[in-house]
Design a protein around this ligand. Structure first.
Ligand code: C2O
Ligand code: CU
Length: 490
């Protein structure tokens, strides 16, 4: 999070392009719902937050960072009323949920942005269990701190565990010591000029600050993800809203079986996550089960989730999220016994151990797509570079005012293959709304996948959720700059 400024007031022009209500209603009726409704209120407002001894003025849900967790059971109908008390229009996007299209929270495609002072009620059936999260889909608002987890419990949970912690990772630049975001960004920019990003809205409200920041920081990518080391760093990396200098403490009994639900809510950072002194068993990614795999750690691109199981030893252990390529960490403290808390600079050996990537995992048999040849195929080339900041798909920047232009087409019932082909020097976490694809060759079911520089990732999905769905890079700055497109059912 946190480049301080948000995008323009939000796309205002443009008609909704969501499909006829009747089609969406019909598909919703087929979802396996229990009829049980769970109601929540989400108040988006400017707030003062204590991020570990430092107070920042920012935007959040319910004056908390992360916002309070929403929890439902698969089959429940979620009813969430967004109260927009921000100075700008906003929306809520339910990242990872295959929901009805008109509740996807993407202005101007699936709804009009909710204006300041107004409310909007999201209501939809949640039919699949998993670890997900939500955030606005307007400009770079997410990076202010507007995010929270949504956990969908499995009524027939097959895993056994004693403790469950949701861990949200975030990168935070502004408001650290009273420095204005603009001043911080000015420093990060180092005087480099930037020729605008061809964005939308009036007056370039997004500014080029965050863009340049993302840009510069992505230049500091790690060897793991490709790119050269740089000397730019974020002042803070957060675990559940706390920096390494003043970490969150999690407590449990020694011997407890722990389920960690990891979510990367950062705008511009991949995290390598380990629990010092422990191995972990990966059970899910992006909410979907995988064949269990014991490793030292996992890597999460922006938007990705991993669930892991750990049997806790007796003592005090560091939960470390290494910001890839940035020589900085987020820290949490896991306490099951006595001992001194680790310092903020702790670097567990596990960080250099066996770190698993999504492409090395296999879908659990029950969620594997059956073999079938694709009836629609799209190659989506990730294009652009830092110099011109012209991030795009197939050379075309997304136009928020004309979102269906150049849309990738499919028909209901088709098996669709998408090939993400990365022709840039940077890695990109590519996210598809409304569906869970499978990485080709029996890989995991996911909605967000890291595509490394120069590489291609093939994914397949069933076109079973009619509508207009975004596909975009979850580096918030890349996406907003234009690395975004639309999958449109015809
Ligand atoms: Cu996390 Cu398009 O979203
Ligand atoms: Cu990107």
């Amino acid at each position: 999070a946190a480049c301080g400024r948000t995008g323009p007031a939000g796309p205002s022009a443009g008609a909704l392009v969501t499909p006829a209500d009747a089609i969406v209603d019909a598909v919703e009726k087929e979802r396996a719902g229990t009829g049980k409704e769970r109601a929540f209120t989400l108040r988006a407002a400017e707030s003062e937050l204590d991020l570990g001894g430092r107070t920042v003025r920012t935007w959040s849900y319910g004056d908390a960072l992360p916002g309070g967790e929403l929890r439902v059971s698969a089959g429940d109908t979620l009813k969430a009323t967004l109260e927009n008390r921000l100075p700008d229009p906003t929306s809520v996007h339910w990242h990872g949920l295959a929901l009805r299209n008109d509740m996807d929270g993407v202005p101007p495609v699936t709804q009009k942005a909710v204006r300041p002072g107004e409310d909007f009620t999201y209501r939809f059936i949640v039919d699949t269990p998993g670890t997900h999260w939500f955030h606005p889909h307007v400009g770079t608002q997410i990076d202010r701190g507007l995010y929270a987890p949504i956990i969908v419990d499995d009524p027939d949970e097959p895993l056994a565990y004693d403790e469950e912690w949701v861990v949200m990772l975030d990168d935070w630049l502004d408001g650290v010591d009273g420095t204005t975001p603009d001043a911080v960004l000015e420093e990060v920019r180092g005087g480099m000029d930037h020729g605008g990003h061809g964005g939308h809205g009036e007056g370039g409200g997004m500014g080029d600050g965050p863009m340049r920041m993302g840009n510069t920081l992505m230049g500091a990518s790690s060897d793991l993800l490709g790119g050269d080391a740089g000397d730019i760093y974020y002042p803070m990396h957060l675990i559940n809203g706390r920096p390494a200098g003043d970490p969150r403490t999690f407590t449990a009994e020694p011997g407890a079986r722990l389920r960690l639900r990891l979510v990367n809510a950062g705008g511009d950072t991949a995290y390598r996550v380990v629990l010092g002194g422990h191995r972990m068993t990966v059970t899910h990614t992006d909410g979907y089960p995988v064949e269990h795999r014991e490793v030292d750690g996992v890597v999460l691109g922006m938007g990705e989730r991993y669930d892991v199981l750990v049997t806790l030893k007796d003592g005090v252990f560091p939960l470390v999220a290494l910001a890839e390529g940035k020589d900085a960490t987020a820290l949490g403290v896991v306490r099951t016994g006595s001992g001194r808390a680790p310092g903020g600079d702790v670097r567990p050996d596990a960080l250099d151990g066996e770190i698993v990537h999504a492409t090395e995992l296999k879908a659990a048999p029950e969620v594997r797509l059956e073999k079938r040849s694709p009836e629609a195929e799209h190659t989506i080339e990730l294009t652009g570079g830092m110099g011109a900041y012209d991030w795009a798909l197939n050379g075309r920047r997304f136009d928020h005012d004309d979102p269906t232009k150049g849309a990738y087409k499919c028909e209901q019932g088709q098996r669709v293959r998408v090939v993400f082909k990365n022709s840039t020097m940077m890695w990109h976490p590519m996210h598809l709304h409304g569906h869970t694809f499978q990485i080709a060759g029996g890989g995991p079911r996911k909605d967000t996948v890291i595509v490394l520089p120069g590489e291609s990732v093939k994914v397949d999905f069933e076109a079973d959720n009619p509508g207009q769905w975004l596909v975009h890079c979850h580096n918030i700055y890349h996406g907003e700059a234009g690395m975004m497109g639309l999958l449109a059912y015809t």
